[in-house]
Design a protein around this ligand. Structure first.
Ligand SMILES: *Cc1c(COP(=O)(O)O)cnc(C)c1O
Length: 382
């Protein structure tokens, strides 16, 4: 089935569930982050469909807003950016598999060399194809994910000086706990990173672009900015943890909305939804909303989540289905077609990503990245 071109179908004939992305907010957040980390440059992180906001659209907007660099997790994400005409440099942060290297080179995507073996694979593919490879070296300073350990990094750095077909453009690491109140592990990682970087000083060589700061580093560790900062969640207006100090003011850019499609009165003794887990002992007004766990509205939100209808907060009742869920209005009123806010603001009230994360027993990152691509994204400039 070809994708629906939402521009050619008026919204009112489609399922009325959508995500609104406020581009102006994204621009404001980027500006606030740039100001905070200057003179360091900014690599905006767009992995996982730009944290649910839409990879290509956000990349285009970031390009227009003068972002310096883009970061994604996988080769596929980088390829999608190139296929859609994005020209900014794109670093693929994840580990690479040897046979992927030619695609990186042919599409001018920047590679992460996370081991000596991977650097050698990159160098030999670049030599073979006669194409230059842009490379960032990855140092593991205390995450144990990918990267050469800080205590044996010298070998990788030494080898990188000898690569004839690689442009060693950057060197980076990643924090495990920069979002905590206790920053001792993050500081230890910083110390280890600085020690690795002394390799260049000792040889009187200029270091390539040095970077380690994620959103939490940007908020809590100014000494981690180096040449480039890598904001992800903060760009989208969400703070990485409740503990992290909020030294940059950002606001959420994403709202998730639907509309009432069914209204009824539910009588006592008539349980609601699968498993019959919820019932009332008095008649209540209940509406059905066309959104469910198949859209990424987690089933674990059943019996926990609240939504906004006409400026008032109401509970989701019974089990959330794949494509539908029920909301208890008690004696409140709503009509078919009334807006239901799953995530976002209305009047003085708001349902935040943090609320949803808490109700679902997870973190804001997981809420955002799980909003399914079945939900159309609509972009607002104003
Ligand atoms: C995801 C990621 C980031 C961004 O993390 P946030 O916490 O969202 O700012 C930065 N660097 C790397 C290597 C990442 O994987």
């Amino acid at each position: 089935m070809p994708p629906i071109n939402h521009a050619t179908i008026t919204q009112d004939v489609l399922r009325p569930t959508l995500v609104e992305v406020n581009l102006a907010r994204l621009a404001e957040n980027l500006r606030a982050i740039r100001q905070k980390v200057a003179p360091a440059k900014v690599m905006t992180i767009l992995k996982a469909n730009a944290y649910g906001h839409g990879l290509v659209e956000v990349a285009r907007w970031m390009e227009q807003q003068g972002a310096d660099y883009l970061g994604v997790a996988y080769l596929e994400e980088g390829l999608l950016l190139r296929q859609n005409g994005i020209r900014l440099p794109v670093l693929v942060l994840g580990g690479i598999i040897g046979n992927q290297v030619p695609l990186f080179l042919q599409n001018d995507l920047t590679l992460t060399a996370s081991s000596l073996e991977k650097l050698e694979q990159i160098e030999s593919a670049a030599a073979q194809l006669g194409l230059p490879a842009r490379v960032h070296l990855k140092i593991d300073t205390g995450m144990e994910r990918i990267g050469v350990h800080y205590y044996s990094a010298a070998g990788l750095l030494e080898a990188s000086l000898k690569c004839k077909h690689c442009l060693i453009e950057g060197i980076y690491s990643h924090f495990a706990n920069a979002d905590a109140a206790d920053l001792s592990h993050a500081r230890l990682q910083l110390e280890r990173f600085n020690e690795v970087l002394r390799f260049y000083e000792r040889r009187s060589l200029p270091a390539p672009l040095r970077h380690i700061a994620n959103s939490a580093g940007i908020l809590q560790l100014p000494e981690s900015y180096f040449d480039l900062a890598r904001p992800g969640i903060l760009l989208y207006g969400v703070y990485p943890s409740p503990e992290a100090s909020r030294t940059v003011a950002v606001r959420p850019a994403l709202s998730w909305k639907s509309r009432v499609v069914y209204f009824k009165v539910v009588l006592p003794g008539h349980p609601v939804s699968y498993g019959s887990t919820w019932q009332s002992d008095h008649p209540v007004r209940v509406v059905t909303v066309p959104v469910g766990y198949g859209d990424g509205y987690f089933r674990s939100l059943s019996g926990k989540a609240q939504v906004l209808i006409n400026g008032r907060q109401y509970p989701v009742i019974g089990r959330i289905c794949m494509d539908q869920m029920m909301v208890n209005l008690e004696m409140g009123s709503a009509y078919n077609g009334d807006e239901v806010i799953l995530l976002g603001e209305a009047g003085g009230a708001a349902i935040t990503v943090e609320h949803l994360a808490e109700w679902a027993g997870t973190i804001p990152y997981e809420i955002l990245t799980n909003i399914n691509t079945r939900v159309p994204r609509v972009y607002l400039q104003g």
